[in-house]
Design a protein around this ligand. Structure first.
Ligand code: SAH
Length: 371
């Protein structure tokens, strides 16, 4: 104890300036509160808000609608916390994968998927994922931390800035790394901001079905679309590939989804990964159809993307079998689509996002003997 007390305080770093407050992630009200001591007129708050989120300004210097003096004052106290682009890989099909480095060194991936002039941004809600689904590379690498609302919104703004895209016409899907409903407060904050410039109909939250999170989401004012990762038509098989099913089994998930408030004309989306010989038979399609009966829903079939870390069983069915599965669902009256594989050549496809390169040295993922 004494030794600790007399230990000299040494630091190799120069004293740092007081931390500037990050404006990204603040709601309109919060922004008004933190800007109040600095701005001269209330409408300046709206100008800053629009510059930040609608225009995606990276710097106060870009906010030329404000006086020079105000820009300097803002820059002295605040920052715009856009993440650094650690790497960027563009696929032959135009899909572009970003690795962002956050202020504490955590890294997250996000993907821009262009399609006929439309862009869908697939963004992360956590750096890593604790759910350990057996088919997903993010889960293989293990848990990370929750992102803040600002860190979520910043992914959208950073990709937009890099790709020079306007806010109009964008789709955003929470299908990157992490489980959005295990970080429900940040996701709510991010959705609140994103829906200022993107319609909630163009935003989709994808979840394994965390029931307390679903109950929260049911109360949101501007609700995005809901996609549920199902992947198997019965408890036993779902638990085998998604350990979370033991906590929130289908027997509780389906009734919760039947209670979930859907606006008129909207549908739930069910994501169903097709794994050869595991869940891809016509009987499975029938069982899936029975499971969903009574729900307003469509089914998105996703041929599993194999990855060396996932082992040899994660193989997609042949095209004929995938087609036959889809047709069977259609015969039973469901809207069923097959998700095309995108960004495959840069490991940007579904379930291939990881916080660390596979080659990362010294990182002890599950495969490296971590419990
Ligand atoms: N945790 C949420 C959000 C991540 S979304 C969720 O699971 O819904 C990730 C989407 O990609 C999910 O539909 C997931 O099931 C799918 N996915 C994961 N691994 C995959 C793989 N190897 N091949 C194809 N899709 C995969």
């Amino acid at each position: 104890m004494i030794e600790m007390m007399i230990e000299p305080i040494t630091t190799s770093e120069a004293p740092t300036a007081p931390e500037r407050v990050d404006l990204l992630g603040l709601s309109r009200e919060r922004l008004a509160a933190v800007l109040a001591p600095v701005v001269d007129k209330p409408f300046r708050v709206k100008q800053v808000y629009q510059a930040l989120y609608e225009r995606g300004a990276r710097d106060f210097a870009e906010m030329t609608e404000l006086s020079k003096e105000l820009r300097v004052r803002l820059a002295a106290r605040f920052r715009i916390g856009l993440p650094a682009v650690a790497s960027r890989h563009e696929s032959a099909d135009g899909t572009c994968k970003y690795l962002f480095r956050l202020h504490d060194g955590a890294t997250v991936e996000a993907v821009d998927i262009p399609d006929n002039g439309r862009h869908t941004f697939c963004i992360s809600s956590q750096a890593g994922c604790a759910l350990a689904c057996t088919f997903c590379v993010t889960g293989y690498w293990g848990a990370g931390r929750n992102l803040t609302a600002g860190e979520i919104v910043a992914q959208v703004l950073a990709i937009r800035a890099d790709r020079h895209l306007p806010a109009e016409g964008l789709n955003v899907v929470f299908m990157g790394m992490g489980e959005p409903l295990l970080n429900v407060e940040s996701v709510r904050g991010a959705v609140e901001i994103l829906t200022e410039f993107i319609s909630p109909h163009r935003i989709t939250v994808s979840t394994v079905g965390i029931l307390p999170g679903l109950e929260e989401m049911a109360r949101w004012e501007r609700r995005p679309n809901l996609a549920v990762s199902l992947h198997a038509p019965d408890e036993e098989r779902r638990s085998a590939v998604m350990p979370v099913n033991r906590t929130w089994p289908l027997a509780e998930l389906l009734p919760a989804l039947r209670r979930y408030p859907l606006e008129k004309g909207r549908k739930l989306t069910f994501e169903y990964i097709l794994i050869r010989g595991f869940n891809d038979s016509l009987r499975d399609a029938d069982q899936l159809s029975r499971l969903l009966s009574g729900l307003k829903a469509k089914v998105n079939l996703i041929p599993v993307n194999p990855d060396p870390v996932l082992g040899e069983r994660m193989v997609p069915p042949d095209d004929d079998r995938i087609e036959a599965f889809k047709e069977r669902l259609r015969q039973r009256g469901w809207i069923a689509t097959i998700r095309r594989r995108r960004g495959d050549d840069v490991s940007a496809a579904c379930g291939q996002l990881r916080a660390f390169g596979r080659e990362a040295r010294g990182f002890r993922g599950k495969g490296a003997g971590q419990p």
